[in-house]
Ligand binder design. Structure first.
Ligand SMILES: [Ca+2]
Ligand SMILES: [Ca+2]
Ligand SMILES: [Ca+2]
Length: 324
């Protein structure tokens, strides 16, 4: 999932350019109460770059224009910055930039590969994954790159960390018990607990903005190909249900800031495009329409909107204990 996934996605982007004809369905502009813009990455201009698609616009704006591989955009909670991955400095590192692509800053510079940046709900820190092949571990650092600290040490592939809206817990995916499951832990890395236990892969967990539910992708091989669906469960692991159909390959769900919508990537129309659904799975809407690979979408919180009341605003004392 980590390094192979990044490479695979870059290859897929190029393969999609060569193999898949353009689909025909139109991208439609939504109603006035549309959720905010999304960021995603796409190979539509020959190599992976990051794009911004605003409500009602058909053509996304390119935020990175670099021959390097630029991946995995993650907006800050105040909607002002985007964290992303790029190998422009020699290997995969974490960078941030403004919403117009300006003021690019490099946050990591070591020989290790970094992956999966995700801001904490207070915007003051960035969770990420550090690849020490074959293992990957979850780390956290200040939003300017300072004070990196490791949170997991399983020896397996711990990936895709995501902090609960109240800042007390993390969810992440790991293959430490044989295949990918979703785990929770306290924000300091303690109390690591398995939340799923299946033969399929449970991957890409994302906490709902109200903290009550977790969306994720369930991935498996069936009929000779990889398939995947988006599922949602209560934060305690109960009430698990599918919200997209099984027959295609849906991955990587992310909630809108108001919790009404989920975006994800799917091959249901022939190549990876980005789709939006209601939180119950209804009213699917395709947001991209390009034969290249489009994926890893996330909503960009609107600057004018205040954080939800359940997002903590003061400094929690949970990171003071050092590495677990
Ligand atoms: Ca690029
Ligand atoms: Ca599993
Ligand atoms: Ca596409």
């Amino acid at each position: 999932m980590g390094r192979p996934e990044a490479v695979t996605k870059a290859v897929r982007a190029l393969a999609a350019l060569l193999l898949f004809p353009a689909p025909h369905a139109a991208v439609t502009a939504g109603p006035a109460d549309d959720p905010p813009a999304i960021v995603f990455y796409s190979g539509r201009n020959g190599n992976p770059d990051i794009y911004l698609l605003r409500p009602g616009e058909k053509e996304p704006r390119r935020l990175t224009d670099h021959p390097a591989v630029d991946l995995c955009p993650a907006p800050s909670p105040d909607g002002r910055r985007i964290a992303f991955l790029s190998d422009r400095g020699g290997n995969m590192d974490i960078y941030t930039m403004d919403l117009d692509g300006g003021d690019v800053r490099r946050l990591t510079a070591g020989p290790e590969r970094e992956e999966h940046p995700q801001y904490t709900p207070d915007g003051r820190r960035i969770l990420f994954v550090r690849d020490l092949e074959p293992r990957t571990e979850i780390w956290i650092m200040d939003a300017d790159g300072g004070h990196p600290r490791r949170l997991t040490d399983s020896g397996a592939r711990d990936e895709r960390p995501f902090m609960s809206p109240d800042g007390t817990k993390l969810i992440f995916m790991s293959n430490r018990d044989g295949n990918y499951e979703i785990y929770t832990m306290a924000a300091d890395g303690s109390r690591q607990t398995r939340l799923t236990n299946t033969e399929e892969w449970e991957i890409f967990p994302a906490w709902s903005p109200d903290g009550k539910e977790i969306a994720y992708a369930c991935k498996f091989r069936a009929e000779g190909r990889m398939q995947g669906m988006i599922r949602v469960k209560s934060a305690d692991g109960s009430n698990d249900r599918a919200i997209t159909a099984v027959e295609t390959r849906d991955e990587n769900p992310m909630w809108s800031p108001d919790g009404r919508f989920i975006v994800f990537q799917s091959v249901r129309d022939g190549n990876f495009e980005i789709y939006r659904i209601n939180r119950d799975g209804g009213d699917p809407l395709r947001l991209t329409d390009h034969p290249a690979w489009d994926g890893w979408a996330a909503f960009v919180p609107e600057r004018s909107k205040k954080c939800p009341s359940n997002v903590y605003r003061t400094e929690p004392n949970v990171f003071q204990g050092g590495m677990p």
